[in-house]
Ligand binder design. Structure first.
Ligand SMILES: [Mg+2]
Length: 378
C-alpha cells in the first residue's frame, strides 16, 4: 500500500543550454559554444526532491527537444503518482509507452532512484546492489582542434593526478593523429592513452591505419567505424593486438547480446544515456561480464547530475573496470548545476556516500540557463 506522501506529486522539465569552455572535434561532429541538456525534478507530497538528467547529442543518441517532449508529454502519466519503490514496474511501463528515447528514460530512472535513496537513507549505489569500489579512475578526453590547448590541459590535469587520457582521433587526417600520438607518448611514457574515433574511419582504410596507431601502445581503440558496421568491427577485433571498444555499436542489453554473439569488440562502453538508465547499463555490463568483456564508463556532454548517476552505476558494477570519463562538469562546462563541485580527487571520482545521488542541485544555475521550464502537478 503506497502512502500518498511517498508518490510523485509534481514534476518539472527544464531544457537548458550550458556554455562550454572550448570547441571540441569528434569523428562524428564538432561541439562548440554550448551543450543542451534536459533536467527532470520530481517532488513527492512528503517534501522530498529527486533529480535526473537527459544529455542527448544529436549525432549520437537524439535531441534535447525530443527528450523534453518525451518526459513532459509521453512519460508524464507514468511519472506523476509514481511510487519510487515500484521503480522496475514504472520503468517497464516507460518502455511499453515510448520506443527509444533512452536519455529521457535515463533522466526518469535517475530521478526516481534519487528519490528512493532519499526516502530510504541510502546512496544510489546501494539501491543498485551495493558497491564494489569507492573511487573510479578518471580519463580526460583530448579533442581540441588546437592541439597546443590540449597540451596545456594535459599539463594541468596531470598535476591533479589524472593518469588516463582519451585522444579523439579521425577528425582531420591520419598524419594529424599519428603526430599527436607521437608527441603524447614521447612526453608521457607512463600515461595510459586510449583513442576514440567516434566512427570517423572508413572501413576499408581502418586496419592499415590502426596498425600504425598500435605502435604507440594505446590501451584500447574505441569505435573506429560506424556503429552499424558490425562486421567491420568484428574483423578489426580479430586482426589487431590492441583491444577494440564498442561505443556507438552497443547502446543497450539487446545490442550487447548481438555484440557478444558476433564478436564485435573486446570491450564495451556503458553509458546511461545509451542504455536508458543505470539499471539497463548494469545489464549491459553483466552481459559483458558473462562473455569476458570488460567495460568502460562513458558519458555524453553531461552536467554533474548525470555524472553522479553514472558513478553510482559504476560503483555497483565489478566489470566496469576501465575507469570513467566524468570530467566535463569540472573541466568542460563553464558552470555546472551542482551546488558543490562534482567530486574528483587525485585523478579519481569519489563516489558519494550520502543518500540518493549525494549532491544537491543549485537551482539558481538551472534557472539562469533554462531555455524552457514546464511543470505539472498530479
Ligand atoms: Mg566514444
Amino acid at each position: 500500500m503506497t502512502a500518498p506522501r511517498d508518490t510523485v506529486s509534481r514534476m518539472t522539465v527544464h531544457h537548458l543550454s550550458l556554455p562550454v569552455n572550448r570547441p571540441r572535434d569528434h569523428g562524428s561532429g564538432t561541439v562548440a559554444g554550448a551543450v543542451e541538456i534536459v533536467l527532470l525534478r520530481l517532488d513527492t507530497a512528503g517534501g522530498l526532491v529527486g533529480w535526473g538528467e537527459a544529455s542527448p547529442w544529436a549525432v549520437f543518441t537524439g535531441t534535447a527537444e525530443a527528450a523534453a517532449a518525451a518526459l513532459d508529454r509521453y512519460l508524464r502519466p507514468l511519472i506523476l503518482g509514481a511510487d519510487p519503490r515500484n521503480l522496475a514496474g514504472v520503468m517497464a511501463g516507460a518502455d511499453r509507452t515510448l520506443v527509444g528515447h533512452p536519455e529521457a528514460k535515463a533522466a526518469m530512472e535517475t530521478a526516481l532512484l534519487d528519490l528512493l535513496g532519499r526516502m530510504s537513507g541510502l546512496p544510489v549505489y546501494a539501491l543498485l546492489g551495493g558497491r564494489c569500489r569507492e573511487t573510479i579512475p578518471l580519463s580526460v578526453s583530448l579533442a581540441d582542434p588546437d592541439f597546443a590547448a590540449d597540451l596545456d590541459l594535459l599539463a594541468r590535469i596531470r598535476a591533479e593526478g589524472v593518469g588516463i587520457i582519451k585522444l579523439k582521433t579521425g577528425t582531420k587526417d591520419h598524419r594529424f593523429d599519428l603526430d599527436r600520438l607521437e608527441r603524447l607518448r614521447a612526453d608521457h611514457e607512463d600515461l595510459d592513452i586510449r583513442v576514440d574515433y567516434n566512427q570517423g574511419m572508413a572501413a576499408h582504410e581502418a586496419l592499415r591505419r590502426l596498425r600504425d596507431v598500435e605502435a604507440f601502445r594505446v590501451s584500447f581503440i574505441e569505435q573506429p567505424v560506424q556503429g552499424r558496421e558490425r562486421e567491420a568491427m568484428a574483423a578489426l577485433t580479430a586482426a589487431l593486438n590492441t583491444p577494440i571498444l564498442a561505443d556507438e555499436s552497443v547502446f543497450d542489453p539487446e545490442d550487447a547480446v548481438r555484440a557478444v554473439r558476433d564478436r564485435v569488440a573486446n570491450l564495451f562502453s556503458v553509458k546511461i544515456m545509451k542504455s536508458g538508465g543505470p539499471r539497463r547499463g548494469l545489464a549491459v555490463a553483466a552481459i559483458g561480464a558473462a562473455a569476458g568483456i570488460a567495460c568502460y564508463g562513458g558519458d555524453m556532454f553531461e552536467s554533474g547530475i548525470a555524472h553522479l548517476a553514472g558513478s553510482h552505476m559504476i560503483a555497483a558494477a565489478p566489470n566496469i573496470s576501465l575507469g570513467c570519463e566524468f570530467y566535463q562538469a569540472r573541466w568542460y562546462l563553464a558552470q555546472d548545476v551542482l551546488a558543490k563541485p562534482f567530486p574528483i580527487d587525485d585523478g579519481k571520482v569519489i563516489v558519494p556516500e550520502t543518500p540518493g545521488l549525494g549532491i544537491e542541485v543549485d537551482e539558481a544555475v538551472v534557472r539562469a540557463h533554462a531555455l524552457t521550464s514546464r511543470d505539472h502537478c498530479a
